[in-house]
Design a protein around this ligand. Sequence first.
Ligand SMILES: [Zn+2]
Length: 260
Amino acid sequence: MRLRKDVNVYLFDPTRKYFHIVIELENVPGALRSVLEVMHGLNLNILGSFTSVDSAARLGVWSGFVEDSDHSAMDLKRRLGASPVVHDAMVVESNKGFLVDSLHFPVTFNTGTRAVMMGAKSLASMLSSVTERFGSGGNVILYEEGASYGRELGQEYLLRMGADFIMANFEDVVKLYQALGWFKVEGVKAGPNWEQVVVRVAESFECSGVESKVPHSHFVRGHLEGMLTSWLGSPMECKETLCIARGDKACEFVLTPRPA
Ligand SMILES: [Zn+2]
């Protein structure tokens, strides 16, 4: 199964006509199906979509990029708005084959936390440029930036889930990194008293496509340290013992208590 998580940002093909359709509908069983049936009747080709739900207001939003050649934006808005479950419909047509999501803001995780998206390759280049410019001092800066972010995010997860749940379900909670697209979690091992934690990951955004004689990860390594320091409530340190940038099969991070 294709498990990539796509977020609609823009489409561009001067030979095609696209629409961005956003529908606010009642959050009742069958509502989405009835709207999708209307779109099926209009012969719209859905290229990517998402739904979000406001349980308190009993409303849902369906948003999608679609391809079409026979309808106007006004026509689509009228046809979709006629459905009894639809409260409101917005339709934006592409300009010379260019369609950008100009409707949704801010971007949030499903928890409601605001997010910003950046290309993984560009972000990795930005981090690498600090090492290229400042050498080992740059690595320390990247590590501290990662640790600061990790501590902050670790505190957010602590508030939401509590330390007891996080520590009892550590292997699952570490998969939050995978959900955010940072890396795939291949294996997690934690000693009984947290005297050593090993996290083995694939396709880390920081190390993918990089060639290096030494382990390359400083930002992610610091982030893991910051996160675990938050959760355990005592300072940890993190070393990268295997790295794909050096030709190893995976990146492996070993976390241990920071010596006093
Ligand atoms: Zn690595």
